[in-house]
Design a protein around this ligand. Structure first.
Ligand SMILES: [Zn+2]
Length: 179
């Protein structure tokens, strides 16, 4: 959460920041060697050093946002609504429509790995790859949780913060949406 927030606030205009913000919902739930923010910074440093103008993140972002839309709809279909106590927490965190939040339990948190380009950037950002297990991630109003993972109250709160960020970004019509 801290990582994604600092990226959003310090570099709001870059596509990389937008791409990271889009995928950062997994940050604290990732169990693995990679640090998402650090991985992203390394990728950008390499890109700048090579003098490349076009950003692979533009394509990644567009595809990822599109994919997230699909996955959110899919998740809604077999999801669990929050309990009244959880809704209260969501409201306290600042989610405008806490009644829309759903929990989705799955064997594996999805990622568009079947697309080679998506997989490549996912690996660069530290979201997929050997030794990396994603335990929980927010896609829109759906919070996906790996079966067997103990989503404690603090971790639920953490994911709800991401839902709040996503909700806020969606309602403020971010500039990167059309790029
Ligand atoms: Zn997080």
């Amino acid at each position: 959460m801290r990582n994604s927030r600092s990226i959003i606030t310090t570099r709001p205009q870059t596509l990389k920041a937008a791409a990271l913000a889009a995928v950062a919902a997994a940050c604290a739930a990732l169990a693995g060697p990679a640090n998402v923010a650090a991985a992203g910074q390394d990728v950008e440093a390499n890109r700048h050093a090579s003098g490349e103008e076009s950003s692979p993140y533009a394509t990644f972002l567009a595809n990822y946002v599109e994919w997230v839309r699909t996955i959110e709809i899919e998740g809604q279909a077999h999801s669990i609504a929050l309990t009244p106590k959880q809704i209260e927490l969501a409201a306290r965190i600042g989610i405008e429509h806490p009644e829309k939040v759903r929990l989705v339990y799955v064997d594996e948190i999805p990622f568009p790995s079947e697309d080679p380009q998506m997989r490549k950037i996912g690996e660069e950002l530290g979201f997929v790859g050997p030794g990396i297990t994603n335990n929980a991630q927010a896609f829109g109003y759906t919070i996906w949780v790996r079966n067997g993972f103990d989503l404690t109250w603090p971790l639920l709160a953490h994911e709800l913060v991401h839902v709040q960020q996503i909700e806020r970004n969606a309602s403020s019509a971010p500039s990167w949406k059309n790029t």
